[in-house]
Each structure stands twice: as structure tokens, then as C-alpha cells.
Design a protein around this ligand. Structure first.
Ligand SMILES: *Cc1c(COP(=O)(O)O)cnc(C)c1O
Length: 439
């Protein structure tokens, strides 16, 4: 990429959460291979981000490449209304096999945010139909969630995302007002042991659910790890507690595993830390091994029945690129890689290295807290990072780490070696020594 192209990018192309008027620098990428991101200037960076939780097997994977090549020779896309295809069937069969027995109805969506929209709409339509059948208007039209959550950037997803992080006040009057409960405190697993659980930590949540249950369609939360809203890890027993409460008060439970799904937390799905089952499950991000956008919303027979029983007779959603065969074929291949089960040992090894190295960083006065679970390592600092200088320093150290706010975190591809993981951690340590990397 020449300088002119870079200037074009700077002047004409939006990047995520970046000013279009005064943008931060972007590094042109030429290719990526395994754990490496190769920049246009020839530099090779070790990837600490898995392209936002997605590239779990590393880049340019021969098995995923082959799946994409094979499928594109047959057809890249075909409409899903009235037609079906092998890649969709193979993918959904695998998804159903790897999730709890109750979840057996799959809606294949085109992105995580859409999968969340679908989940919310399913919950609303489920209760709407029940109300209509009993001749009353549906009262269950609100959602209960935690502060510090993140569920996507489209409107309904944003309406259940942390109000401060998503700047709800800018959309006031347009966004529905849902219920936000104080999120449970961060806890740390050590040598496989969680600390004592205290139900008092969920007092605010319990209060909101018990007083508003008649108007709550569903609880929507990220299980065990709250991702983009704060990289917070909470107690698995919170999840079992919430499940019991939802059952008791007749509220659906939607789990958003878009970030945590497919092994990232050390379990195939984060809710397995709590041995519970959601009514509706959203997956995305790593679903295609980071190859292209695809997500899915799974639910059980009971919810599907309730959704389709009413006046519409169907679920009112159907994106143009629903169940895109190319994406389904790659996702299917990615799930087969997961089934080979090497991820389990890889994630465990990454977790052990975090456990052995992260606590040492607490000796830096700049560091407020460290947390880890599975292949997620988090350093929370007192000051906010200075994005352009910290990014430059990381690139100088031949690593790709993209912090935000007070958080420097890594979630590398599972295939990363111990040596490369230490390179990432050393680069973070070096940043902690640089005043100009912080505001
Ligand atoms: C990323 C993310 C989403 C949104 O997914 P997109 O594919 O970016 O739309 C939703 N929920 C969680 C937990 C996420 O991490």
C-alpha cells in the first residue's frame, strides 16, 4: 500500500470507534499467517487480539482455506428463503451437538449484533403471543442486564449495553429504557479454584428482578466474562443463581457467548463453568475461526413454539445473507477443528502462563488490577492509555495489542507458543514503564 492509499484511508474510510476528522494512525496489513500479522512495510507482529476474539486457530489456516475454496467453487451464496444447503445443515448439526441438549433450533445470523437482535425479538415475540392468547396486552417488554455489559452496536443490542460506555444519553428518546443492575464484582480463579460465592453481590440484580419480573421478557448477560464493556470476570455461581431466579419468576435467560464461546474461557462455552443451560444462546465472533462474519442464535423447542404459535405464525426476521453458504462452510470446518480438542490444552497452557506472570505486574504502581481466565489476560491501569503512543510502542515490540480506556488485554489465537506469549507480556510490561503510553 503506497502513501496515497494510506491518505485515502485516512480521509475517506471510517474505522471502529475512531474519529473521521482526526483519526488515529492505522497500520496497513498485507497478510496474516498463523499467529503473525504481516504489515505492508514487512514487519511481522505477533497477534495478541485474535482480531477481536475471532481468529482462534490462527490466520490463513489450511483446513479453513480448503473449506472456503471448495465452497466457493460450488456457490458463494444462495438465498435461504425456500432453499437450503449442506453447509447450513452441517454447521447447525454441529452447533446443536456441542451445546446443551435443549438447544435445538438455530437461527443463523450475519453478525453478533444481529444475533442479539434476533434473541431479543424472539423473547418479545414469545411473550407477545402468550399475552394475545390470554386476551391481554403483553407486559413483558423490557430486558434486565448488568452494567458494564456489551451486546453490540445496533439499536436493540445497544439498548442493553452499558449506558455510559455506549453513550446512551445521545440516543435518549429513541432507545428503549431497559433495566441495568450493578454487575457482580470481579473474582479470580486460582489453580482452578474460585473464591467463595456471596449472593449479596447480586442484591441489586435480585431486587430489580423480583420487583419488575412481570414486565421483564428476558435477562440478557454475557456469562462469566463481560468483554468489551470492561473485561470483567465474575463468579460462575452468579450464573446458576440467576438461572434459578429466572426460572422462579418466569423470565427467559439469554446468554450472549459471542465473545466467550468456542473455548476462550477454558470451557467450550462459558456457561459450562456453572453447569446451566440458557433459553436462548448467541454465538458469533470465533464461529468462523475469524474468517468472515457469521453468528447464530440457538433456542429450545419451548421458546420456538411460543414464538411461532401466534398471529405471525413465524419469526419476523430474515436477513438477505442469512446462512451464507461460504461462511457456513468455513464455520463448519472451524467447529471440526474445535472438535479435535487441541484447544483445551492450548487454552490451559495460556491460562497457566497468565497465572504465573500477571500477578507480578501488580508491583507497577500504574497497575490497578490483573485478571485472567482461559486465554483471556487483562491488566487494568489507573490512568487511561494514550492510544497512539502505546500502539506505536507495541508495534516497535513486534506485537499487536489494542487496549482501550484503562484496559490492556490480550486474547491470543489458541495456537500461540509460550515464547510468543511471553513476547506479548514483555511488550505490555515495557509499556507500563513508559509514561507517554498513558494519559
Ligand atoms: C462483539 C460482540 C457482539 C457484537 O458482535 P458483532 O459481530 O460485532 O456485531 C455482541 N456481544 C458480545 C458479547 C460481543 O463481544
Amino acid at each position: 500500500m503506497n502513501e496515497q492509499d494510506q491518505l485515502f484511508d485516512k480521509h475517506h474510510i471510517w474505522h471502529p470507534y475512531t474519529s473521521m476528522i482526526d483519526p488515529l494512525p492505522c497500520y496497513p496489513v498485507k497478510s496474516a499467517q498463523g499467529v503473525y500479522i504481516k504489515l505492508a512495510d514487512g514487519k511481522k507482529l505477533i497477534d495478541g487480539m485474535s482480531s477481536w476474539w475471532s481468529a482462534i486457530h490462527g490466520y490463513n489456516h489450511p483446513v479453513l482455506n480448503q473449506a472456503a475454496h471448495q465452497q466457493i467453487e460450488r456457490m458463494s451464496h444462495i438465498m435461504f428463503g425456500g432453499l437450503t444447503h449442506q453447509p447450513a445443515v452441517d454447521l447447525c448439526q454441529q452447533l446443536i451437538d456441542m451445546t446443551p441438549a435443549g438447544l435445538e433450533k438455530v437461527f443463523v445470523a450475519d453478525s453478533g449484533s444481529v444475533a442479539v437482535e434476533v434473541a431479543l425479538k424472539m423473547a418479545l415475540q414469545f411473550w407477545y403471543n402468550q399475552a394475545v392468547q390470554s386476551g391481554k396486552p403483553s407486559q413483558k417488554t423490557r430486558f434486565l442486564t448488568f452494567s458494564h455489559g456489551y451486546h453490540g452496536d445496533t439499536f436493540a443490542a445497544m439498548s442493553v449495553t452499558d449506558p455510559d460506555n455506549s453513550m446512551h444519553k445521545m440516543y435518549k428518546g429513541f432507545l428503549p429504557q431497559h433495566l441495568f443492575a450493578q454487575s457482580p464484582p470481579c473474582v479470580q480463579i486460582q489453580q482452578g479454584q474460585w473464591p467463595q460465592f456471596n449472593a449479596n453481590d447480586l442484591a441489586d440484580f435480585t431486587h430489580k428482578l423480583t420487583t419488575h419480573h412481570h414486565e421483564i421478557a428476558a435477562v440478557i448477560i454475557e456469562p462469566i466474562v463481560q468483554g468489551a464493556g470492561g473485561m470483567r470476570i465474575y463468579h460462575p455461581q452468579s450464573l446458576s443463581y440467576i438461572r434459578r431466579l429466572c426460572d422462579h419468576y418466569n423470565v427467559l435467560l439469554i446468554l450472549d457467548e459471542i465473545a466467550t464461546g468456542f473455548g476462550r474461557t477454558g470451557k467450550l462455552f462459558a456457561f459450562e463453568h456453572a453447569a446451566i443451560e440458557p433459553d436462548i444462546l448467541c454465538v458469533g465472533k470465533a464461529l468462523t475461526g475469524g474468517y468472515m462474519t457469521l453468528a447464530a442464535t440457538l433456542t429450545n423447542r419451548h421458546v420456538a413454539q411460543g414464538v411461532c404459535d401466534g398471529e405471525a405464525g413465524c419469526f419476523m426476521h430474515g436477513p438477505t445473507f442469512m446462512a451464507n453458504p461460504l461462511a457456513c462452510a468455513v464455520a463448519s470446518a472451524s467447529l471440526s477443528l474445535i472438535k479435535s480438542n487441541t484447544w483445551q490444552q492450548q487454552v490451559l497452557n495460556i491460562e497457566r502462563i497468565f497465572e504465573a506472570t500477571l500477578p507480578r505486574l501488580l508491583s507497577y504502581p500504574r497497575v490497578k488490577a490483573v485478571r485472567w481466565l482461559g486465554a483471556i489476560g487483562v491488566i487494568e491501569t489507573h490512568q487511561k492509555v494514550q492510544m497512539s503512543s502505546i500502539q506505536e510502542l507495541f508495534v516497535q515490540h513486534n506485537v499487536w495489542i489494542r487496549p482501550f480506556g484503562h484496559l490492556i488485554y490480550i486474547m491470543p489465537p489458541y495456537i500461540i507458543t509460550e515464547k510468543h506469549l511471553h513476547t506479548l507480556l514483555n511488550a505490555i510490561e515495557s509499556a507500563l514503564n513508559h509514561d507517554d503510553c498513558f494519559q
